[in-house]
Design a protein. Structure first.
Ligand code: CA
Length: 220
């Protein structure tokens, strides 16, 4: 998953960024509302973690701008504002869920998975296409009754493909799911990860559409 973290508090931002990277999410961190709007205009994210009290543009303004352009990106508000009217305003403005500071990192991660799953159209903790089944909490994939542990990058890539079985993702879209800003993209990393996933899951698990990208079959 590629995550936009919008947080002006350096300590919280660093802690969340580190935890997300540990979880194999690609993270872009911006520190004010205006930069958040610019990032969202130029990149596709799987989820936004949005603080409300922000310099330059308030988190609620950011949220209204996102929904005003019909962008359905999942938004999880992460804020110390616990007044009921703030929570209601956030949800009314189109937030998908709410986490109050201070929070436990494990809860934040669990809520992120839940919001991402709901947007992906799956209700359970598993992503799958009828052949493969990926547990988003444990990062274990099951295929034909066999379970395989995945590396962080293998997980990031397979998760991106399994969120929408049948959809073709290009090399740069897959790289976006593995790397955040400022990280050097190693050449052939996508091919390398696909190769190692196929070795575990079988060569039919991920299909290549020549010159376009890769997909997991919808229902094979
Ligand atoms: Ca703040």
């Amino acid at each position: 998953m590629r995550v936009l973290l919008v947080e002006d508090d350096r300590m919280i931002g660093e802690a969340v960024e580190a935890a997300l990277k540990d979880t194999a999410y690609a993270v872009d961190w911006v520190r004010d509302g205006q930069m958040a709007i610019e990032a969202l205009a130029s990149h596709r994210y799987d989820i936004v973690l949005l603080d409300l009290g922000l310099p330059r543009k308030d988190g609620l303004e950011v949220l209204r701008s996102i929904r005003g352009r019909d962008d359905a990106v999942p938004v999880l508000i992460v804020t110390a504002r616990d007044a009921l009217e703030d929570r209601i305003a956030g949800l009314d403005a189109g937030a998908d869920d709410y986490v109050l500071k201070p929070f436990e990192m494990a809860e934040l991660l669990a809520r992120m998975r839940a919001v991402a799953r709901r947007k992906g159209g799956t209700a359970g903790p598993l992503l799958g296409n009828g052949v493969l089944s990926l547990d988003m909490a444990t990062k274990v994939v099951t295929s034909n009754g066999q379970s395989f542990a995945l590396s962080a990058r293998e997980f990031a890539l397979l998760e991106a493909l399994l969120i929408r079985p049948g959809a073709i993702l290009s090399r740069s879209e897959l790289e976006d799911r593995i790397y955040g800003w400022g990280m050097e993209v190693e050449s052939n990393v996508v091919e390398f990860m696909i190769h190692s996933l196929r070795k575990k899951l079988g060569s039919d698990a991920i299909r290549n559409v020549r010159g376009v990208g890769w997909l997991v079959p919808k229902n094979s």
